[in-house]
Design a protein around this ligand. Sequence first.
Ligand SMILES: Nc1nc2c(ncn2[C@@H]2O[C@H](COP(=O)(O)OP(=O)(O)OP(=O)(O)O)[C@@H](O)[C@H]2O)c(=O)[nH]1
Length: 417
Amino acid sequence: MSKQLLVVEDSKPIARVIRQIGEALNYQVTIATTLAEVEGILQGKTDFFAATIDYALPDAPNGEAIACVLSHGIPSVVMTGKMDEATRQQILAQPVVDYIPKENSQAFLYLKRILHWQITNSSTGILVVDDSLAARNYVSQLLKRRNFNVYLANDGVQALERLKQHKDIKLVITDLEMPIMDGIELTNEIRKIYSRDQLAIIGISGADNGMHSARFIKNGADDFLRKPFCPEEFYCRITQNIENLNNIEQIQKAANIDYLTDLPNRRAFFSKAEQLVPQYTKRNMPYCVAMLDIDFLKKINDNYGNDAGDHVLKVMALYMRKHLGSGLLARLGGEEFAVLMYGTDEDQLYTKLDDLRRDISVSQLTFEEHHIVFNISVGLVCNSTEKFAKQLNQAESALYNAKENGRNQMSVFGVDD
Ligand SMILES: Nc1nc2c(ncn2[C@@H]2O[C@H](COP(=O)(O)OP(=O)(O)OP(=O)(O)O)[C@@H](O)[C@H]2O)c(=O)[nH]1
């Protein structure tokens, strides 16, 4: 269900722009042009996810609408044409999400980013580590306004426990001086477990000593804030660090995931399989490596078009998830797929793969007006003692065997050839 956005703005062109921004982010937008209208709307409904408030309205020239909207607990972004320090102080003295000077079109791009973050931040956890209750509460309030999941800890030891418990934590904000384990020791401990690609750390210190920022950074922190800090600087640091992590995540995904099927690609498959195979061997766990190949995909492309071929590849990935979901699955490229999986014994592994093959062979998929039937051939090798790359070659050689023998069948390396 789309989230509700209240736009308080007396300028029609600006309200129209904000409406477009909100709708592009899937918000359902309600516009009010005066304080009286805002009050009327909020009498009937208050379940707005966010609001944008123009500082000066015809019947509320000095930001009176801000307090009105905030009193209903609605996270609010203030848009203002006034740039003086007194106005800024007056706005920041209230628990607003942010304020944006309406200087140029950048203001609306920034608003779009904030409204987007309000939605996405709810899946990001931030851990605040400080022995001072007042400091923890202050930082926690700032973060909650931005919709983050906030976790709290009194010292480094508690912080490490929280990190273990809450896998959504992407950022740790830690004070320097704390009993039991201080911020520098904590940063050190965290970096033994989490790389900078996985978790960001911001150090905070009130001490009037430039050395602390360098110590934090040298011990693995990503950033540093000196107390007291203003909310604007705080938010900039937080969003920059979270955005960095998100960008790294996206780059890693693009490098490791096949865009069409969302399965791991060849690179990801190799890197994970090379770790898993020695573990299976060491623990004497029965396992197999299999290559699965769609039969005559070229004909499907030629008869029904490449989009139909793409659809078959996606459906193949769905079948693999359904039958082999616990294994390490991959699309190696083209119409070739692979799985590394363990089981109770070779027969069980064989049966799982053959069930997948048979299920596909009796199914019919519909694409546009076409009803398409397709088959797969499977080559596998079980409990091979060779290096993983060699095992994949063995599975491929068994796959060729299955193709040679007429397709839509299984072939086991060293048994069926
Ligand atoms: N639609 C679509 N086709 C692809 C994709 N990747 C590879 N193909 C097609 O898959 C076909 C593979 O052709 P072949 O190697 O002759 O194999 P085949 O037609 O599946 O026949 P066999 O494997 O011998 O049973 C080619 O036509 C490729 O263009 C893709 O991402 N999308």
